[in-house]
Design a binder for this molecule. Structure first.
Ligand SMILES: [Cu+2]
Length: 116
């Protein structure tokens, strides 16, 4: 339970509903990436990452009725439950370029980390 001030900032950002979204250009690598689980699945569905750079995903499930009550990233042995309205932090460092799949436990609702 170490204190992570940036996490609070990110959570309030997520709650603001993207009021200050920086649209137009790709987000610079390095900062945590917020992912929401909505009726449409993971949003955004594609996350950019770079080889050798730690990637932090902060996943928040926003809907009760969804298949995706956990996130599974097989390539990294990650399996984390997604409690409703709770930000869940997932950290990984891509080791090679390509695509890393993240999905629900049944591999139906899915998204992709595009690694360059
Ligand atoms: Cu599923």
């Amino acid at each position: 339970m170490s204190s992570k001030p940036w996490l609070f900032g990110l959570m309030s950002l997520a709650m603001a509903g993207g009021a200050c979204s920086r649209s137009g250009s790709a987000k610079p690598a390095g900062g945590p990436v917020a992912i929401a689980v909505t009726a449409h699945g993971f949003e955004p569905k594609t996350v950019q990452a770079q080889v050798g750079k730690p990637l932090t995903l902060v996943v928040t499930r926003k809907v009760e009725r969804t298949c995706a009550t956990e996130i599974v990233i097989k390539d990294f042995g990650i399996e984390k439950p997604l409690p409703l309205d709770q930000a869940v932090t997932v950290e990984l460092t891509p080791t090679k370029p390509g695509s890393i799949r993240f999905a629900c436990a049944m591999d139906m609702v899915a998204g992709e980390i595009a690694v360059k």
